[in-house]
Design a protein around this ligand. Structure first.
Ligand code: ACM
Ligand code: ZN
Length: 548
């Protein structure tokens, strides 16, 4: 009897050994995941779906079926009635927003979702579970494609999962923007903050003010090297570029299809020198102004005392709102120098008219910026939109209903949450991807300074310092990339990745599910995917420094 049992155990062990275990390296880590032994055969698996998912979703499911047919060389039968075998996509109203359940056994890979974004996220997980060739444009069909057996119940920690791109300091073409949107989808990020205007360039066509692009999108030349170095020289090469309204509509639609909302930023009332170069009458002195050729904060701002400025801003925002369906419109608000306001008769008259006074908290000019912010907020509200701005909007009082993006560390975000304002946490100390990502600065491309390796980004805990009763005001997290020192697509991507993947985990995962050792191990798989996609990234975690 004992011999029989021993033999049975030995046989079972052998069977167990035969059941393959495939590696799983999903980023961001799913909320709940149980790995099983054994595999599911992708090749030739039928694909079926629930018609209740809606056309937008069923189109995506059909595209997925077509993709696996091409890649495996074996046709997948597609059916609009959920089956019991193969890939089955169904609706389940109890799945949380943007979440999904994925159960893969020997016969069936079942996806349950309650919304379109859940489907996008489920497909991102499936894509990361597939052999990496899934990402190739063209590959010789391989007969045997397998998925691991597992059970996942996944949903995001934060509703706002952002990535920012500055296209004002250096312009990036539509194709590059779309490439970044594609990568965002793969890592389940859902808000793209498009920094469209700044002192060094205006990048969005505004029909009512054509000089914003004909004049404001062109700078004569660019400073060479670091802006803080003495004896700065300039390259003598004009830099220009802007998006037409047609291109913007195309990008907005492209993003929406991938579950991403684009939040446009028109940075005001500071960071406006490019607009002032086009329309000098909007400044305190009347100019002349030139599109700025160096980095660092400009002394010139829009004149807050002229009604003409407010009309200009409302006209611009009207065209912006027509292009971007986003609930949030970002009005910047950061680093607005007020030296000219102190001397400007228009600004001072406005201060008097409004009865603004310097007090122990803020200067009367800071209150004047508060007045500009409040006017923009009212205007956006009248148009059914919400204002979001950098944490300087907290200076000089801020009306309820505004959302604060905390960039100067976490202080502003903590303060805003305690004022019952919604907050997106984006502290430079953890999430500024323009900082050096290795300490071998001599081997790295020139960056703005500071040192922020991927493990530091990863260590960020968005709710640190927020009292429990205010934590629901932290609606999300965002990583930012400023492009003063970044002029090429390859360099742009190099600065984003892999730190943007660390940001994706902060945005998606609960604290208990974060683990840098597991994350770092999973990067090898993700790097192979990025290689196939032609996306550049830093290998500093392997001791390989610099952009090659
Ligand atoms: C910022 O970095 N000035 C928002
Ligand atoms: Zn003024």
């Amino acid at each position: 009897m004992k011999r029989i049992l021993t033999t049975l155990f030995a046989m079972a062990a052998m069977l167990g050994l035969q059941a393959k275990t495939l590696p799983v390296n999903i980023i961001p880590q799913p909320r709940e995941m149980t790995l099983e032994k054994g595999t599911f055969k992708v090749s030739g698996a039928p694909v079926s779906y629930d018609i209740l998912l809606g056309t937008e979703s069923t189109d995506l499911v059909r595209a997925f079926a077509a993709r696996i047919s091409t890649l495996t060389g074996q046709a997948s039968k597609v059916s609009a009635k959920p089956g019991k075998k193969g890939f089955v996509f169904t609706r389940n109203a109890s799945v949380p927003a943007e979440g999904y359940n994925l159960t893969i056994d020997g016969k069936c890979a079942k996806v349950e979702i309650s919304d379109y974004k859940g489907l996008i996220n489920a497909l991102a997980t499936l894509a990361q579970l597939m052999p990496e060739d899934f990402f190739r444009e063209a590959t010789a069909p391989k007969a045997e494609w397998l998925l691991p057996q597992l059970a996942i119940k996944d949903a995001p920690r934060f509703g706002y999962r952002g990535l920012h791109m500055d296209v004002a300091r250096h312009f990036f073409q539509v194709d590059e923007v779309k490439k970044i949107l594609d990568v965002m989808t793969l890592y389940k990020m859902n808000r793209f903050h498009w920094h469209l205007t700044d002192d060094q360039g205006w990048r969005i066509e505004i029909k009512r003010y054509p000089k914003l692009t004909s004049v404001g999108s062109v700078r004569k030349q660019t400073i060479v090297g670091h802006h803080k170095s003495k004896n700065a020289t300039y390259d003598g090469i004009p830099h220009s570029g802007f998006y037409t309204q047609e291109q913007i509509k195309d990008v907005v639609a492209y993003a929406a299809q991938r579950g991403i909302t684009i939040i446009p930023e028109i940075d005001l009332p500071g960071h406006m020198v490019a607009a002032l170069a086009a329309y000098p009458e909007l400044g305190c002195t009347g100019g002349p102004y030139e599109v700025r050729q160096k980095w660092g904060i400009a002394d010139e701002s829009l004149c807050a005392g002229k009604e003409m400025t407010m009309r200009f801003l409302e006209d611009v925002l009207t065209e912006v709102m027509a292009l971007f369906p986003s609930e949030y419109i970002h009005i910047g608000g950061d680093e607005c120098r007020k030296g000219e306001w102190e001397k400007c008769p228009f600004c001072q008259r406005k201060i008097e008219e409004l009865g603004l006074k310097s007090d122990g908290h803020w200067t009367k000019e800071q209150y004047l910026q508060g007045y500009v912010t409040a006017r923009m907020q009212d205007f956006l509200l009248q148009n059914g939109r919400k204002l979001i701005g950098w944490d300087e909007i907290l200076e000089g009082d801020l009306k309820p209903g505004a959302t604060v993006m905390s960039w100067r560390g976490t202080k502003g975000g903590i303060k805003a949450a305690k004022m019952n304002l919604d907050v997106v946490m984006s502290p430079n100390s953890f999430l500024y991807l323009d900082y050096y990502q290795s300490d071998k600065k001599d081997k790295e491309p020139l960056a703005i300074g500071h040192y922020l390796p991927v493990d530091s980004t990863y260590s960020y805990k968005p709710l640190d310092g927020i009292p429990p009763e205010y934590q629901s005001h932290i609606i999300g997290v965002q990583a930012n990339l400023w492009t003063e020192y970044i002029a090429t697509d390859k360099h742009l991507e190099y600065m984003y990745f892999p730190r943007a993947l660390a940001a994706a985990e902060i945005e998606w995962c609960t604290e208990e599910n974060k683990n840098f050792t597991r994350f770092k191990a999973s990067l090898a798989h993700q790097f192979r995917i990025l290689d196939i996609l032609g996306v550049s990234y830093s290998r500093a975690i392997y001791g390989d420094y610099g952009l090659h």
